[in-house]
Design a protein around this ligand. Structure first.
Ligand SMILES: Cc1cc2nc3c(=O)[nH]c(=O)nc-3n(C[C@H](O)[C@H](O)[C@H](O)COP(=O)(O)OP(=O)(O)OC[C@H]3O[C@@H](n4cnc5c(N)ncnc54)[C@H](O)[C@@H]3O)c2cc1C
Length: 501
């Protein structure tokens, strides 16, 4: 059984080997030689590989993967499965939920995110076909290729911030945002930047497009393609590595493992062959690919699955905080925990509601988009509040901590730590270990980046509220208003007597 599994499903070892490909990652003034070994990235890479080890474990392979038709028994992660019924959507969600539990929701751009996006595009090729049949064929073949290889993909679909009051083509630096600079019989050549290539350091390939609205004049910026991260001319300009700064895993148990990284992707005269180009110079397809196919819904539904796992974990941190500090019996603390529990329930309820209210689209069963956008808007606001509540519950315990694991190497300090880290339910080591974890979840630089991530990964609030406004069933609301207005009697206005001449 194990041998079969190893042959038929992508494993962590396979993924690790695939990342030793000469990719160009820059950090701290240097070029990274091997991302799998580099102190800035190796913990995150190990977590990325662990995802594939999890799916290839004999006891999990059936749940987390499915047999891809026509590939002689080869399996791929369930994220690549396009559900044809409510039951298949739920089975897929259960797999994604189980997968996210490995990183308790802290790898935002885990491989199931962009796989969900591409499956959504594949579900309805009509917008791509209306753009160009050859490009639609290239996308179809690419999705089949990525699925067969169970690739880890990430995407960049936002132009770098500069002057947000101007279009991409109007920025003072014409090379700021990625655009087409040349085109020949082999393909296109692109130059410019994109933000923010989360997880790109440990992904196999990068999908490139734009989701921001475009206007006439932006045609050269209207381009969609996918290339291996190790493509010549593509440089990943990494932000600071929280993993590198984490020190001993005891001090930063999350940052040391799950710092998925974010990078500016700079495309320096990158040549993209036609078989990997999915759209060019057409403003209409740049919006249609997200909103006329189920792509935007499926990719963000995956985000809510992951977020639910993270919220459950954070609720666990909240409760443990109260237990360790002896506040769990206090009515206001129980009240706060009850509020947090209700909020986790709201996320789960919205998720299940999206499934229950799902509908058939072109032969596939897709989650309800109105409830998806409700969830996006509400969880963007919820996450920072939730984290703040955890900080409120914890008080100075998050800070009253040894400077690092190295303190335990000194007998006097170790003695003093044991004397001052007390709890009725946990020993000193357990208390310190827990509060180090709690700080990494809600207070550290890593945690702060997560607040920014949950607020912005799907666009700023005006964007997500715009989706909510656009997709809500206003007709039904308006009809209710009209019905009550219609049932409300109106007074008959008295008429003014006609004045005598
Ligand atoms: C940690 C992190 C990871 C990310 N990972 C990825 C990724 O993997 N792939 C990817 O493609 N992108 C990624 N992003 C980028 C993300 O998609 C963008 O941050 C998001 O779309 C918001 O765009 P922006 O940051 O340019 O903010 P802006 O659009 O500049 O908005 C910032 C603020 O400016 C104001 N504002 C700007 N424009 C308007 C307007 N028209 N009307 C009203 N107010 C306005 C609002 O106050 C808004 O909150 C990531 C972002 C973060 C923070």
């Amino acid at each position: 059984m194990k041998e079969d599994t190893e042959m038929n499903v992508k494993t962590g070892a396979e993924h690790r080997a695939s990342l030793r490909d000469g990719r160009d990652i820059r950090i701290e003034g240097r070029r990274v030689a091997d991302v799998t070994e580099d102190p800035a990235f190796r913990g995150a890479v190990a977590s990325g590989c662990a995802l594939y080890d999890a799916q290839s474990a004999p006891e999990a392979v059936e749940r987390l993967t499915y047999e891809v038709p026509g590939l002689g028994g080869r399996r791929a992660n369930r994220a690549w499965q396009a559900p044809r019924s409510y039951a298949e959507l739920v089975t897929r969600r259960e797999a994604l939920e189980e997968w996210a539990e490995g990183h308790v929701g802290f790898i935002g751009r885990s491989p199931d995110h962009v796989a969900s996006c591409l499956v959504g595009m594949e579900m309805d090729p009509a917008p791509f076909e209306a753009h160009d049949l050859k490009r639609a064929g290239a996308l179809r073949d690419y999705v089949a290729f990525a699925r067969a290889k169970d690739l880890f993909l990430t995407y960049v679909i936002i132009n770098p911030q500069a002057d947000r009051s101007k279009q991409a083509s109007q920025q003072s630096n014409p090379d700021l945002a990625l655009h087409i600079v040349d085109e020949d019989h082999e393909g296109i050549t692109v130059r410019g930047g994109k933000m923010l290539a989360t997880s790109s350091v440990m992904a196999n390939e990068i999908f490139v497009s734009t989701i921001q609205p475009m206007a006439p004049g932006d045609e050269r910026h209207a381009v969609c393609f996918a290339i291996p991260v190790a493509t010549r001319g593509l440089r990943l300009l990494s932000r600071k590595s929280y993993e590198a700064a984490a020190g001993h895993p005891f001090d930063a148990p999350l940052a040391s493992r799950f710092d998925e990284n974010d990078a500016v992707a700079y495309f320096d005269e990158v040549k993209v062959p036609w078989e990997r180009v999915f759209a060019t110079r057409d403003l209409r397809i740049m919006q249609a690919m997200w909103h006329e196919t189920p792509a935007h819904v499926l990719q963000n539904y995956q985000c809510q699955i992951r977020l639910l796992v993270k919220m459950r974990f954070l609720a666990g941190i909240a409760r443990r905080t109260a237990e360790i500090n002896g506040t769990i019996g206090m009515p206001p603390v129980r009240d706060t925990l009850g509020q947090l529990a209700a909020e986790v329930g709201m996320v789960e309820g919205l998720l299940r509601g999206m499934e229950a209210k799902g509908r058939m689209h072109n032969g596939f069963f897709v989650p309800d988009r109105t409830l998806l956008y409700s969830a996006q808007v509400l969880t963007q606001q919820l996450y920072p509040r939730f984290v703040d509540t955890l900080r409120e519950l914890a008080g100075g315990g998050l800070i009253m901590l040894p400077s690092s694991a190295a303190d335990y190497g000194d007998a006097q300090i170790a003695h003093d730590i044991a004397a001052t880290q007390c709890s009725s339910v946990a020993g000193p080591m357990e208390r310190v270990k827990f509060f180090k974890l709690a700080w990494d979840a809600v207070g550290s630089e890593f945690a702060s980046r997560h607040v920014q991530y949950e607020k912005f990964y799907a666009g700023a609030q005006f964007v997500t509220r715009g989706h909510s406004f656009r997709t809500f069933d206003w007709t039904r609301s308006s009809a209710a208003v009209d019905r009550i207005l219609g049932e409300t009697p109106e007074p008959v206005p008295a008429t003014m007597p006609i004045a005598a001449e």
